[in-house]
Design a protein around this ligand. Structure first.
Ligand code: DX5
Ligand code: ZN
Length: 217
């Protein structure tokens, strides 16, 4: 299994102080930055896009873990790479030809992630697993920060880790949505290794919050 990594989701940051807050999570020891792009079609809400990503690229060299909650992601992959993405995660439910999306991301030189929503059967990812660097098991319905962890997610994560182990894959398994420190312990235990946290990091004391996760690692 890959190493344990914290990927704070900037969706919960104060956008008026975004650069500053990114510096703070970086200095506290977070290795990735989780960047949620929403189009108002795949999910009900709209977040932000390329100009924001391009701007923050100049303040940090952390890994940009871009989570695309957009329909037909192939249209924009090149642009996300150009504005600074290191890893691009698309939703299985948002593309007609996942193999092609995987190849496009790979050919851009980015790490390849695939995400599944809570109601998508985990078996649906089996045939893609060997081509991915990361599988994102959504632990809330995508679309908004600050939601509650769906308890059934724990078994889903365990199942994906079993599949990856059976196939002898060194797969990163990411969890995203409602991952408090307490929930992080639970999912790390069943095989997740990349932890996304938004509202639980960008609260009152960012540095302290980050450290609370890192001690679990
Ligand atoms: C939800 C996003 C998440 C969100 C997580 O659709 O994909 O990354 O920012 O936020 P919290 O940790 O507050 O649930
Ligand atoms: Zn996300």
């Amino acid at each position: 299994m890959g190493k344990r990594i914290l990927s704070p989701s900037i969706l919960a940051a104060d956008f008026a102080r975004l650069g500053e807050q990114i510096k703070e999570v970086e200095e506290a020891g977070a290795e990735y930055l989780h960047i949620d792009v929403m189009d108002g079609v795949f999910v009900p809400s709209i977040s932000f896009g390329m100009p924001v990503i391009r701007s923050i690229r100049s303040v940090t060299d952390r890994v940009f873990d871009v989570h695309l909650m957009i329909v037909d992601p192939d249209r924009y992959l090149k642009e996300f790479k150009a504005c600074g993405a290191d890893s691009i995660t698309f939703h299985l439910e948002a593309t007609d030809d996942a193999e092609e999306t995987i190849d496009l991301i790979r050919n851009l030189g980015c790490r390849v992630g695939m995400a599944i929503k809570p109601k998508t059967p985990v078996e649906a990812v089996r045939k893609y697993l060997s081509k991915l660097d990361m599988l994102l098991v959504m632990t809330v319905e995508p679309g908004f920060g600050g939601q509650k962890y769906i308890p059934e997610s724990t078994e889903r994560v365990r199942r994906v880790r079993e599949m990856a182990d059976e196939m002898r894959l060194d797969l990163d398994i990411q969890v995203d949505g409602g991952i408090t420190v307490e929930k992080a312990k639970i999912v790390l235990d069943v095989g997740a290794n990349v932890i996304v946290a938004g509202s639980a990091v960008f609260g009152a004391n960012i540095t302290e919050n980050v450290k609370k996760y890192l001690v679990q690692f």
